[in-house]
Design a protein. Structure first.
Lengths: 268, 120
């Protein structure tokens, strides 16, 4: 674990055999507040910054032979970025970025990608991410869709009393019709909800629904000074939709969904 | 193993679960520096996308609707014409929010990063 004689001496604060876990990038101007938070490798490896130009990377030491991936590691990533997000504008890195030393963090990340990262920092400036998910009550969507559709009601009645075998084809066709109606209804409801809220947000990302009960899984990039407006709007919508759609509203989160850069390394 | 004692540092499992997909799937990435080996993390959400296009799904839908004991007489043709219940509730909420929402400018740009797998 220690003492690889072939390894070159890394920058001063990064002892031999140690890599740096990179949580995210913040403005260099905000870097001063950082020493102190506990990093991924425990209290002995606190989070600090590596600054270059107008950017600073949030890093903590990690043994060179350690591969992040335990639940605690994910939790540390979430916790550090959440703290950074409380303090100011933060570009979150995807989980699992490990760079060999301070020099590489500067050269391979902060210098090489300064233009993209600076642009992204400006785009995210003063914003946080809020997650909004809308769920149908159990059976609620099916009932809504089926009850008001003469064709579904009719075809369902026509099958009653037939054996499974003789009605198989009819049931498949009925199910296909229901599936179409359910999808259409879900998309319509999700869009209506989004239309009500998107004037408050700067950007919106819609993720594919993770289950049949989900009408909407949206990420909203919202200015910090509009947060309370969004909170109020979600509360009013939640009350109006009581019994039909349950809203799950999370945040503030670091703008994970809007830090959509994939950087090329190496070259030149 | 370190036990965190910072105020917000406890292992808030719920919070982690809710953002797991974001942490693993979003954020800035530099390919050659990615070093991940997930241990004992059940990633239930990822790949649990809906596929509304199989015979099994259709049969399940037909069965579920059969169990609802639909009453044809309750059918509301008016609902079909005038928008559904959910849309009406949202419209009502928007009216209530009128002042709050006015003067906010253009709606945010909407995009879908992952292609919708549900076909129309």
């Amino acid at each position: 674990m220690t003492g690889h004689p072939e390894m070159t001496e890394a920058a001063s604060a990064t002892p031999q055999g140690t890599s740096l876990y990179v949580y995210g990038v913040i403005p260099a101007a905000d870097a001063s507040g950082w020493p102190g938070a506990e990093g991924m490798d425990g209290p002995s490896a606190s989070v600090r910054t590596v600054a270059e130009g107008e950017l600073a990377a949030l890093v903590s030491a990690l043994p060179a032979d350690r591969t992040p991936g335990r639940r605690e590691d994910l939790e540390a990533h979430r916790r550090v970025l959440s703290l950074a997000n409380e303090r100011g504008t933060t570009i979150p890195m995807r989980f699992g970025i490990v760079i060999d030393g301070e020099d590489d963090v500067r050269e391979q990340l902060l210098v090489r990608h300064a233009p993209e990262l600076s642009d992204l920092l400006r785009r995210l400036d003063g914003h946080v991410q809020m997650t909004l998910r809308a769920f149908y009550a159990e059976d609620g969507l099916l009932r809504e869709v089926a009850e008001n559709d003469p064709e579904i009601v009719g075809r369902t009645a026509a099958i009653q009393g037939l054996s499974e075998l003789e009605s198989r084809q009819q049931r498949i066709e009925l199910g296909e019709l229901i599936a179409q109606r359910v999808t259409a209804r879900r998309e319509r409801d999700g869009q209506a909800l989004l239309d009500a809220l998107s004037p408050i947000a700067t950007e919106v990302r819609v993720d594919p629904p993770g289950s049949e009960r989900v009408a909407l899984d949206a990420q909203l990039l919202v200015r910090r000074d509009r947060r309370s407006t969004l909170d109020t709007a979600v509360a009013v919508l939640g009350a109006a939709l009581e019994g039909q759609l349950a809203l799950r509203y999370l945040g503030p989160l670091p703008p994970y969904s809007f830090a959509d850069l994939s950087l090329e390394a190496g070259g030149e | 193993m370190a036990i965190s004692t910072t105020p917000n540092g406890g292992s808030s499992g719920g919070a982690l679960t809710e953002v797991l997909e974001l942490i693993l799937d979003r954020g800035v990435v530099i390919d050659i520096f990615v070093r991940v080996s997930l241990v004992g993390i059940e990633i239930l959400t990822i790949d649990a996308r809906i596929v509304v296009a199989s015979v099994d799904t259709y049969l399940r839908y037909a069965e579920a609707v059969g169990r609802l004991n639909l009453d044809g007489r309750k059918m509301g043709a008016a609902e079909l014409l005038g928008g559904n219940k959910t849309e009406k509730a949202i419209e009502a909420a928007k009216e209530q929010l009128g002042e709050l929402l006015s003067g906010l400018g253009q709606p945010a740009e909407q995009s879908t990063p992952v292609a919708q797998e549900v076909e129309q």
